[in-house]
Design a protein around this ligand. Sequence first.
Ligand SMILES: NC(=O)C1=CN([C@@H]2O[C@H](COP(=O)(O)OP(=O)(O)OC[C@H]3O[C@@H](n4cnc5c(N)ncnc54)[C@H](O)[C@@H]3O)[C@@H](O)[C@H]2O)C=CC1
Ligand SMILES: O=C(O)CCC(=O)C(=O)O
Length: 534
Amino acid sequence: MAPRVLVSDALSETAVQIFRDRGVEVDFQPDLGKDKDKLLEIIGQYDGLAIRSATKVTDKVIAAATKLKVVGRAGIGVDNVDIPAASKKGVIVMNTPFGNSITTAEHAVALMFAVARQLPAADASTQAGKWEKSRFMGVELTGKTLGVVGCGNIGSIVASRGVGLRMRVIAFDPFLSQERATQLGIEKVELDELYGRSDFITLHTPMTDKTRGMINKDALAKMKSGVRIVNCARGGLIVEADLAEAIKAGTVAGAGVDVFETEPAKDSPLFGLDNVVCTPHLGASTTEAQENVALQVAEQMADYLMRGAVSNAINMPSITAEEAPILTPFVKLAECLGAFAGQVTEEAIHSVEILYDGLVSQMNTKALTSATLAGLMKSQMADINMVSAPIMAKERGIQVTEAKRDKSGVFDSFIKLTIVTEKQTRTVAGTVFSDGKPRFIQIKGINLDAEIGEHMVYTTNNDAPGIIGLLGTVFGKAGVNIANFQLGRNKRGGDAIALLYVDSPVPEALLDEVRAYKEIHRAMPLKFDMPSAE
Ligand SMILES: NC(=O)C1=CN([C@@H]2O[C@H](COP(=O)(O)OP(=O)(O)OC[C@H]3O[C@@H](n4cnc5c(N)ncnc54)[C@H](O)[C@@H]3O)[C@@H](O)[C@H]2O)C=CC1
Ligand SMILES: O=C(O)CCC(=O)C(=O)O
């Protein structure tokens, strides 16, 4: 059945066409995002949700979204999505990090001009027939200092436009390198220096715990008198009441505000103040940007739903459409290794080490590690997947390390998983053969070659005569067919293991019969997320 996507905000219809062309069923309801109850009522029917900023993907929406696999944000900021809730539920959240950057940068520059020359007020006055020429004295941008706070995609475009306008551009961004600053022709400074020197300040940071409310009374007090502030990033970066006070006091000469603490902004302390220019979150609203982000989000979501490719996900490593087919069998192997260790381990896990040997070490090991963790925790958490597993492991205090090395043995590639619990260290290794099927190649340091099936039985025993006969007889009597039987031992008469791939689940009573045999230490059923035997 084709996956179904709900578009709940006003995306360009380009997105709808792309979904259809890619074989995804799409339901285009551009106003639905504003109707929280309706969204909660219907979200359970969809595999994907495509949004802009009006739809709030809260924990309640995530909880009601029983089939949801992916949320696609046609835009940059994902602060309208509860990412932790989505991640815990295994829902991928994607954005389109570049599609609207130029447009938003241009809006910031437009607001800067609008504030410098009081354009909206001058327009309103002129159209009212007042001709107040002396009221609207402006300032030039040329030669002024522009302070860019947050010099990522958008901030650096604004910075380069500022340079083009012959402004002196200074920037504060903890991740801005000296080389990049030089390349942009700007000066990298500390925040307080930026506050003290700028005639115009433009904000381009994401909303984080650090940036929330950063433009407050204290910050405003450090700024040059007569500064003009532009915010095209996120409303919560500015404490609106504090900015309003500074504007009333005349220490801030004007502000251009596209984004608000609460949106839609029906009221704000900034409304009605002289030389405050407001727009209703229009930063990304150009035909070009909306085409870009709609096209990109639809392609990304369709790629994921139809081919398993992941790009621009906030909560999951990327998997390109090209690598998806090569990676998929190793993802399955990683899941099975994790699932084996998870099912045979009964104590709390302290740490996990995953060794990637040979060709697999050059693959997307982040994705493989996520898959291993998902397999590991699946026996305790049914709904876990590659998205939620790393978070769950972190929450449980499990230390995860990855190691990589060149081919060291007979296999072109193998993955070895080591689990350390309070009682023991356990290892299991596996590979993928040319038939694309995963196999276990080592358990507890004992070599074997075991095909992995949906239902398996694992025994540990003394290496003694009669084990094969015992298992064969008990299972045969009960009508449980053994598809594959693998044995291994560390030395003659030493520790041995058996791994049986069976065609149907094995009843506990049958395993009790096996456990009654004195040479058997442990006999347990295992289940893997593999196709049923044909
Ligand atoms: N008004 C609108 O319609 C739109 C608003 N946006 C918003 O614009 C903002 C910037 O977007 P992009 O440039 O694409 O993001 P980006 O991730 O490319 O850049 C953000 C930069 O902020 C820096 N940063 C983080 N914390 C900082 C701090 N405490 N102080 C200074 N710098 C800090 C980062 O190092 C990064 O370089 C986001 O909040 C985004 O949601 C984006 C598109 C449209
Ligand atoms: O979709 C929009 O209009 C808002 C865009 C935005 O804020 C973003 O991309 O972060």
